[in-house]
Unconditional design. Structure first.
Length: 330
């Protein structure tokens, strides 16, 4: 489901667009609650996957009127595998977009002047799931027996390969879904802990899930980015967007039912039980001590620096990233 992402095509497109100077749009200022009768500023938020609970707060902010109260008229564009969100934001076809933190740093290294404004997941939902009947005790055990489906070109896979000795396991390409997992008790796979494990349980399986974050690789996930140009020309719009988004996520975390009903209409593949289970599963990944102290969506320089160091060590970056320029706390 969610785990499949296509970054190489996106980065190639970014390189072409930076070279050709693709056209950009620049929304006018938003005035928030003080805007009075002023028309809302129209902006577009491009998601990197289909509508589901990991984006629930954005839809909650739209449906509750939070964006409107902050002077914003928002269009939310659902995504899917291969949707070039980084390119869309970098070239002005979208004002804001959601990506992974590692994707952002990699894109910036290739010339995309994008800035993170808000993060949904403080703890990455990326995980490895295996059958509980195998009685594996820790993540490392998944790399010593059975079959494991992974996207080996991803940064997290490179990290795991360097950290653990992949001995005795057969690594195969990850092709989405849980069909192979259900058919083979010795089969394990990458997953989003809010997605594939829930699907497997609903079909009668008993998956054990290990968070990759617990191994030390924990990039922020579902990161809202914008162009630096927009941030510099219209800082009030960026700030009002973040404030409204934070309100939406607070609403969704506390009362997800109405938004889940909407998500079910937008994504017929998810029934009410799945939506409810996913919304509940992601709560501890979204709220932690940092977000409780600094607010939902907050970011820490040390986290970005750690990720940059890891990507450099894994050769996903050729030189250290300027992490202080990679995000803006609003």
């Amino acid at each position: 489901m969610h785990s499949v992402r296509c970054l190489s095509t996106i980065l190639l497109g970014l390189t072409v667009c930076f070279a050709s100077g693709c056209g950009k749009k620049s929304p006018s200022s938003a005035g928030g609650a003080d805007a009075g009768a002023a028309a809302p500023v129209k902006v577009t938020l491009a998601l990197d996957w289909v509508p589901e609970p990991e984006f629930g707060g954005f839809y909650a902010a739209r449906e509750s009127g939070a964006y409107r109260r902050h002077g914003i008229g928002i269009e939310i564009q659902g995504g899917g595998a291969g949707v070039p969100v980084l390119q869309m934001v970098a070239t002005g076809r979208a004002d804001f977009g959601t990506v992974g933190a590692d994707e952002l740093l990699t894109a910036r290294a290739r010339g995309a002047d994008l800035v993170a404004l808000f993060v949904v997941f403080q703890t990455s939902p990326q995980g490895i799931m295996v059958h509980a009947s195998r009685k594996l005790q820790k993540l490392e055990d998944a790399f010593h027996s059975g079959t494991l489906a992974l996207e080996t070109g991803k940064a997290y896979a490179a990290y795991l390969k360097k950290k653990f000795a992949w001995e005795g396991v057969k690594v195969v390409p990850y092709d989405g879904g849980v069909a192979h997992f259900l058919a083979d008790p010795n089969f394990g796979q990458q997953c989003y802990v809010t997605s594939e494990p829930i699907a497997a349980r609903q079909k009668g399986a008993d998956p054990a899930v290990f968070l990759i974050a617990d191994s030390g690789f924990n990039p922020y996930a579902t990161v809202v980015v914008t162009r630096r140009e927009l941030l510099q020309k219209n800082p009030s719009l960026a700030k009002e967007f973040v404030l409204a988004t934070r309100e939406g996520w607070r609403d969704y975390l506390d009362h997800p039912e109405a938004t889940n009903a909407l998500l079910g209409k937008l994504n017929a593949a998810l029934d009410a039980a799945t939506l409810s289970a996913a919304a509940e599963a992601q709560k501890p990944l979204i709220e932690n001590d940092d977000s409780k102290q600094h607010g939902l969506g907050s970011m820490q320089l040390a986290r970005w620096q750690t990720l940059s160091d890891q990507l450099l060590d894994l050769k996903f970056l050729d030189k250290p990233a300027s992490v202080a320029d990679s995000f803006q706390q609003l």
